[in-house]
Design a protein around this ligand. Sequence first.
Ligand SMILES: Nc1ncnc2c1ncn2[C@@H]1O[C@H](COP(=O)(O)OP(=O)(O)OP(=O)(O)O)[C@@H](O)[C@H]1O
Length: 292
Amino acid sequence: MIITEKLSKEFGTLAAVSNVSIHVQMGDVFGLVGPDGAGKTTLIRMICGLITPTGGKVKLLGESFGYMPQKFSLYGDLTVMENINFFGAMYRLKGEVIKERADEILEITNMLAFKDRFADNLSGGMKQKLALTCALISRPRLLVLDEPTFGVDPESRKEFWKILYQLNKDGMTILVSTPYMDEAELCKKVGFMDNGKMVAVDSPSKLKRSFPYSILEVKAATREPGIFQGVKGVVDAGFFGDKYHLVVEDLQGTREILISFLRDRGVEIFSIKETSPTMEDLFISLAEKEVY
Ligand SMILES: Nc1ncnc2c1ncn2[C@@H]1O[C@H](COP(=O)(O)OP(=O)(O)OP(=O)(O)O)[C@@H](O)[C@H]1O
């Protein structure tokens, strides 16, 4: 439904997006993942025709799409229903059609009870659901969302993704950007962006299978984030609150090196075991491959 060919955007000397070629197929939940400034918003804006590329092409197959921008773009001094009516009117929909569709979507999003509340008085998660409702009012076959859950609490994030999955099950193709790796796990296909480039595109399971390293999960009596940097055999290290994920080439050999490394420092080891890579592990190593 979306094909980009060597799509690029430069802002002066900054290459915000460089030669990105992706194919979002019908029925996909395609996640654009990457840190702040990776180029996700710029790519999405080019796909939606909001900014002009400096190179490459976008092909959109299909008539209409719904777009939910990153910034809250609704009217705080209008109620939920008034916002929806406003959007519906922009698509020249009749009042009764808007009402029928709004009821249907507000039911899915659990927002029926808040129809008369001013948008300004909604919680962050509810605002996002209202923005989603507005993006859906034209019944698009393709939905494009730019970091829809950014800054939203974990429970509302989960609920939002459930709604996306429901829409996808009902036949909607979805392109969504996110800085959250746990959300990347939920996509059918993931495109990792870093520094304007698309560094890998595949399903989460295939991406993990093609990961050329092993992961050692280490729990020990230390919380020093950089402690394993430079230890022989450790390719990369991530720290997640109470445990380290170490990317290693030689599982057994490095395990032994780590045990003596920690013993020498008098750090008690709680456990060292192999674990499967998470999207976060993958992203850390993919991002490191880039030359800055
Ligand atoms: N209009 C603009 N003028 C100049 N630079 C821009 C403009 N828009 C984006 N950039 C720059 O392009 C790069 C990519 O930004 P972009 O917003 O696409 O990234 P992102 O992955 O969506 O991150 P974020 O989550 O922060 O929006 C950044 O370095 C940003 O500062």
